[in-house]
Design a protein around this ligand. Sequence first.
Ligand SMILES: [Zn+2]
Length: 456
Amino acid sequence: MSAKRVTLTFHGGAGGVTGSNFLLAADGTQILIDCGLFQGDASADERNRKPFPYDPKKIAALLVTHAHLDHIGRIPLLAHSGFSGTVYSTPATKDLAEVMFQDSLSLLKEEAKRRGSEPLYTEEDVSRTLALWKTVPYGQGTLLSGGFSFTFRDAGHILGSSMAEILYAGKKIVFSGDLGNSPSPLLSDTEEITDADYLVIESVYGDRNHEHRQERWGRLEDALEDAIRWGGTLLIPVFSIERTQTLLFEMNALIEDGKIPNVPVFIDSPLAYRITEVYRKRIAELNSGVQERMRAGDNIFEFPKLKFTHTPEESRAIEKIGGPKIIIAGSGMSHGGRILRHEARCLPDPKSTLLIIGYQVPGSLGRALQDGAKNAVVSGQKVSVRARVVTLSGYSAHKDSEGLFAFVEHTADTLKKVFVVMGEPKSSLFLVQRIRDYLGIDARAPQNGESVELEF
Ligand SMILES: [Zn+2]
C-alpha cells in the first residue's frame, strides 16, 4: 500500500498550556481533537473570540479528551459557528462538560455585561452542542468517516479523562490529552500506549518532578489535626473537578479511622456538588477498588458532619456556626467564588488556617498568600493576614517530568515523531531535549498555527 499523507495542525495548546485544539486532515476528511479555551492572560478573551482558522462546517468529528475548560471551553462556539459533525467523549466527560457549560453560562453573561460585549456563547449553543454529542466507553474502537477510527484510553487525569488513539492507513497517532499523576486514589492508572507511530503529548510539568507525594496522607492528617486544635476555621480553596472529590475521599478515610476529630465540614460550592454527583453516577470510570467499595454501599464522598451548601443564604449561615470547622470552596486560586468571602472574614483571625493544596499562578491572590503576604485585598476589601497559611504539595493531577518520560519510553520502539505541547515553552523544551537525548526520537515543540505533514 502506498503511503498516505496526513496533515496535523496545532491551532491551540502549542507554545502554551491552554486552548487545546488540534486538526488532523487527510483526503478531504477533517477531525478535531479538543476545542478548549485559552485562559490565564489578558489576551485570552480576544483569542477565544477570534473566528476559527478552519471551516467548522467541514469538520467531520471532534474527539474530546476530558472536561477541563482548556479542552472543552470553545465547543459551544464551534457549534455556533456551523459545526454539525459528531462530538465524541467518554460518558463521564459528557456529563462533566454539561455541568461546566451550564456553570459558565451565567459567568459569561455577567462578564459580557461588564465589558459591554456579547457573551462567548449562549444556552442555545450549549443545547446545540449536547445534541451532537455521542459517548463511547474506554477501549471501544469506533469508525469515523474517511478511513479514520479511534479508541479512547484511560488517561487517569480526572474522571472520564482519555487519550485519543487514532488509526489511519494501518498507522497510529495518539493525542495524550492531560496525563494523570498515577496512582490516584480514585482513578485507574494511565493506560500504557504501545505501537504508536506519532505522539502528541502534554508537558505541563515537563521540566519538574512532584515532591512529597508518598507522604501526602500523613501531611494532610497533620495539617487537619493542627488546624482543628487551633480552634478556628480551616479554609481550603479547591478546584471543583477531581481535587474536591480526592480531598473528600481522603478526609472520609481519616475520619472513619478516627485519625482526625469529626468537626463540621462544608463544601460551599454548588458546582463542586454537581460534579461530585457525576462522580457518584459514573462509578464505572473510577478505579476498581473504589468501585467495589461503592457497590458494597460505602459512600466514599459522605461522612456524618459533611454538608454541601447550595444557596447564598446557606453559605452565609456557615459563619454563625462556632468552634472549629472546615470550609472547602472555589475558586482554587482565590480568583473569585465563595472562598473570597470566607477569606475576608477568616484571614485576620490568628486561630484560623488557610490550607493551599493546588498550584497558585503568579499574580493570583492565592499565590500572594502562599508567598506570605501580610496584607491582602480580598474582593476589594483590605485585610491583614494573621491566619496561618500552610501549603500541602503532592496533589497534582498531572504527570511530572519523570512520569511523562516513562510514558513516551513505553512506546519508543515504534515512535517516528513526538510533538510536545500544552506546556510553558521552558517545560516543553526540556521534555523535547530529554526525549531526543535519551530515546533518540525526533521530538519537537510546535508553535500555534503550525502544520506538519505526516506519513501514514
Ligand atoms: Zn486537564
